[in-house]
Design a protein around this ligand. Structure first.
Ligand code: NI
Ligand code: MN
Length: 231
């Protein structure tokens, strides 16, 4: 099965392979850069890096409408189950949950996490690993979505262990790494392809994407709504 990645803008990405549609950080409604409508999305799985509204986004509505299983940390899981989401796989950094297609794993991220407006603590912010096993038609595929984070040295270890084909790396500065640190992050992770995320959604995170220029790593800039057939 081919693997297709669609950049939904900001930190929201969709990975499709065969019967699987995985959304990561599906912030669509209220996102000025989004081109899709949340009501058109039909996820089978949703992974959420942390509780901030620009990541949790439409998760609750999407999960309730489609029955998609949501992968997130313990506290965020409690929060969305209290809102009526039934299928939730809670995990914390280091944890891996097996799925029909492979696994989804939780990594650490250096950031904060709470529910906007209430300040309610939502556990440690995370990065997400999504691994698809090889099948008859395609080789294995692994993505590393860094979430919102600073640069940290263990990114090299995460890269070494999971060998991501694609890494989604925040570059928008102010709340996450900017292009300079994100460039170093890509050089530590060493994915086959690095895709910049979390930039130019609003003025405070406007950056020149050309400043994200890791040595030895292919950069693929996806426009909001753009689909990329990876394999
Ligand atoms: Ni955040
Ligand atoms: Mn964010």
């Amino acid at each position: 099965m081919p693997t297709t990645i669609t950049y939904l803008s900001h930190s929201a990405v969709m990975i499709q392979r065969g019967p699987v549609t995985l959304l990561i950080d599906p912030f669509i409604t209220g996102n000025p850069a989004a081109t899709a409508k949340a009501s058109d999305l039909k996820p089978t799985h949703i992974a959420v890096s942390h509780g901030h509204a620009d990541h949790l986004g439409d998760t609750v509505e999407l999960a309730k409408r489609t029955g998609a299983t949501v992968f997130c940390n313990f506290e965020l899981g409690e929060h969305i189950m209290a809102q009526g989401v039934k299928a939730v796989e809670q995990f914390n950094p280091g944890g891996q949950v097996k799925t029909a297609f492979g696994f989804i794993a939780c990594t650490k991220a250096f950031h904060s996490s709470s529910i906007d407006g209430t300040g309610k603590y939502m556990g440690q912010p995370n990065g997400i690993i999504a691994h698809f096993n090889a099948d008859a038609a395609a080789s294995a595929f692994t993505a590393y979505h860094c979430g919102d984070t600073d640069l940290f040295g263990d990114m090299a270890l995460i890269g070494e262990i999971y060998k991501p084909d694609v890494a989604f790396i925040p570059i928008g500065d102010r709340y996450t790494m900017g292009p300079m640190l994100a460039t170093r992050a890509a050089q530590l992770i060493k994915p086959r392809v690095a895709v910049p995320i979390h930039y130019n959604t609003w003025p405070p995170i406007e950056v020149d994407v050309r400043e994200f220029a890791p040595r030895g790593v292919e950069v693929r800039v996806l426009k909001p709504g753009e689909a990329w057939r990876v394999s």
